[in-house]
Design a protein around this ligand. Structure first.
Ligand code: ADP
Length: 156
């Protein structure tokens, strides 16, 4: 059976930390679906289409990777795509507490789907999408934190 993982997130934007998690995961899975969760009550800073194009640009030569958006429960999205793993990144204890709760919830919903956590390389531990958004909003350059940042387009 092929090992298919869904890597869910807001990716607003997709940072070098996320990129590092995917690079590490490529050794573990046959296919990784980077999945942008769309929440109708939460507006995003960068447009959905540009977030998709941005992530695709980072992995365009890799047939193992695809990018999709979804609006359902993550576990339902996994089933629709025959994914038996959820991939998540961990930076620190705060991430761990939060991620543990989500993974327990997902386990109750769909025990056949296993969550796999990868710890990001130390140089990316400080990268946080919401802080990077603040830098962007205030006119700062985000190229040190996001590869190919020029592809991203603001929603307004
Ligand atoms: P969410 O809105 O689901 O938290 P994010 O886009 O913020 O989505 O993050 C998606 C996943 O990537 C989460 O598992 C998060 O902990 C992880 N992550 C975020 N930033 C980093 C980073 N710098 N290094 C490694 N993992 C990260």
């Amino acid at each position: 059976m092929k090992k298919i993982a869904v890597f869910p997130g807001s990716f607003d934007p997709f940072t070098k930390g996320h990129e590092n998690v995917v690079q590490k995961a490529l050794n573990l899975f046959d296919k990784i679906i980077i999945s942008i969760g769309v929440n109708s009550t939460k507006s995003s800073y960068y447009s959905l289409e540009s977030r998709k194009q941005h992530i695709l640009s980072l992995f365009e030569n890799n047939p193992k990777i695809s990018v999709q958006s979804y609006q359902t429960l993550t576990t339902e999205f996994c089933k629709e795509n025959k994914a038996n793993y959820i991939l998540r990144g961990l930076r620190d204890v705060k991430d761990f507490e939060y991620e543990r709760s989500i993974s327990h919830m997902n386990h109750v919903l769909s025990p056949e789907i296993e969550t796999v956590f990868l710890i990001t390389a130390p140089e990316y531990i400080h990268l946080n999408s919401s802080i990077i958004r603040e830098v962007g909003k205030n006119g700062g350059v985000i190229d040190n934190f996001v590869t190919n940042a020029k592809i991203l387009v603001l929603t307004m």
